[in-house]
Design a protein around this ligand. Structure first.
Ligand code: ZN
Length: 178
């Protein structure tokens, strides 16, 4: 016969512990006893088997005050939970965006610093040709135009090589930082 179990549970709707109850439907032993008597004991093994495997059907616990199922959120609570999760997601997205902006700001500052370094280096380099020219004329000796031209070409090749190397290094650094 079905019977009612009762216990104290915290109710989500009432917001306090209330009396909860549930219906439990156990094995109908009276029926099985009658069957056993009716079959002269032949029903007994089936009855024992049923006792071993039977899982009484139990309804969920419900608040006896408001009828709210135990362990289940009320629709209002579910809605506010959804809103809360959405807000948390929005905050996280904002934080990610802020981090991204800080990083891109740092990158911009790094490039500005590199550009200013490059400018000052270029200012230095611009002064070099005159000095090289003076050096080449001294090396070639007074009036030796052919040797002077040859040295000029060699110096230009060296400068071009150094410039290409510097550009290559700068490209590597930029690639690393980007
Ligand atoms: Zn309740």
């Amino acid at each position: 016969m079905a019977h009612i179990e009762q216990t104290q549970w915290g109710c989500n709707r009432c917001g306090k512990p209330t009396l909860h109850s549930r219906k439990v439907e156990p094995l109908n032993h009276v029926l099985h006893l009658l069957l056993t008597i009716f079959c002269c004991g032949w029903w007994l093994p089936i009855w024992i088997l049923l006792i071993l495997v039977h899982n009484p059907r139990r309804d969920p616990w419900r608040c006896s005050v408001c009828g709210q199922q135990a362990g289940v959120l009320t629709p209002e609570q579910q809605r506010s939970l959804v809103i809360q999760k959405a807000q948390e997601r929005a905050v996280k997205a904002e934080q990610r965006q802020a981090t991204k902006e800080v990083r891109s700001q740092q990158r911009r500052e790094l490039f500005a610093a590199m550009a200013s370094q490059a400018r000052s280096a270029f200012q230095q380099i611009k002064r070099v040709p005159g000095q090289i020219d003076v050096g080449l004329r001294l090396m070639a000796g007074e009036g030796n135009t052919i040797l002077y031209r040859f040295l000029e070409v060699a110096a230009a090749a060296v400068i071009l090589g150094l410039t290409a190397g510097a550009i290559y290094l700068a490209a590597l650094v930029i690639q690393r930082c980007w």
